[in-house]
Design a protein around this ligand. Sequence first.
Ligand code: MN
Length: 424
Amino acid sequence: MSTEQALAATLNPALRSWVSSAQAADCDFPIQNLPYGRFRTHPQEAWRIGVAIGDQVLDLRATGLIDHADMARLVAMPRADRVALRMALSKGLAEGSAEATAWAPALHAQLAVQLGTPCDAGDYTDFFVGIHHATAVGKLFRPDNPLMPNYHWVPIAYHGRSSTLVASGTTFKRPRGQVKAPDANAPTLQATGRLDYELELGIVIGRGNETGEPIDISQAEDHVFGLTLFNDWSARDIQAWEYQPLGPFLAKNFASTVSPWIVTLEALAPFRRPFVRSAEHPQPLPYLSSDANNAAGAMDVKLEVLLQTRQMRDAGLPHQRISTSNFADAAYWTVAQMVAHHTVNGCGLRPGDLFGSGTLSGPQHEQAGCLLELTVGGKQPIALSNGEKRTFLQDGDSVVLRGYCERPGAARIGFGLCEGRVIG
Ligand code: MN
């Protein structure tokens, strides 16, 4: 069996698992997904590598398929080894498997364990590939010049800080910083009054490259292990005052939430779409173009933002969905283009490095991936179902990002939850 045939077998929608919860309707983690994350059973324990299946997590080392608990080492595996591990997991978790008895004790209920960030990231880069976001936010900051001319040529990004990447479920304090009102003579140091979320995907780098050795776009996806959800919390008032001339700084590096599970490129294979650059826009330079990228460079990942205020939580009300979007519709550049561009100057990437995609707003206003856009710079509050309104986030607000892929002929897979809450 070829690698591609083996991969296709793990994606067969008819496959079922002996872990019965994997068959539940709308389960994010059927046997066709098999995302990797890190978990522990108590806070003093070292992180273990787990695979999500149904409502359980399988302790990967306990299955004997790997002999370590180092996610950076796992993500750095060559593609053939990744596919081989995926095949072994698929076979062992499939209904009727000979491994069922031996593996059953390696299962833990997801609700009973602590889930961490999926990998330690040495470096974190935040891109800006959401063109609808770039245009809408550009209009707020520069009404006469919303999209800078380089946007159509360069996958724009800034270097963030890996030290403030936090796991889903982590609370953070409302940050303070320099804020200057437009009519004030001088800034003041104060708690941000314009706290926002950003709906993004995280891109986990697998195999690295030597500094000085660019990654060609034709090889770019061999260096990507998979995707997570990613919330790049932002303080818009601090951002507005500090961002020129060198870009975001303290408005962005107080917390960024990463979801627990890395959905692999192998699991995303059925959900690829062509990369299309409309004729009104310049075509990418040759180093950002390849036949494979044109044929299937984009990824059809459906995205949602949900909000729960403190009042809603106290009243027992669930998170309320406030917008939906899609990676393929939102992104001007593909994952392969981001990798090729990031390394074209010889910049070295290391296993576990994280890219943020940038805010993934859809083309319609109600598909905005942040409150800055959704409320038109805080001028048009959104109404919540319990009668509350929001322009920006209030203390106690919890934001959940969700992502999933579905299409006829493929099993639906999901990303789990990416949750964070601001406290006073
Ligand atoms: Mn961002």
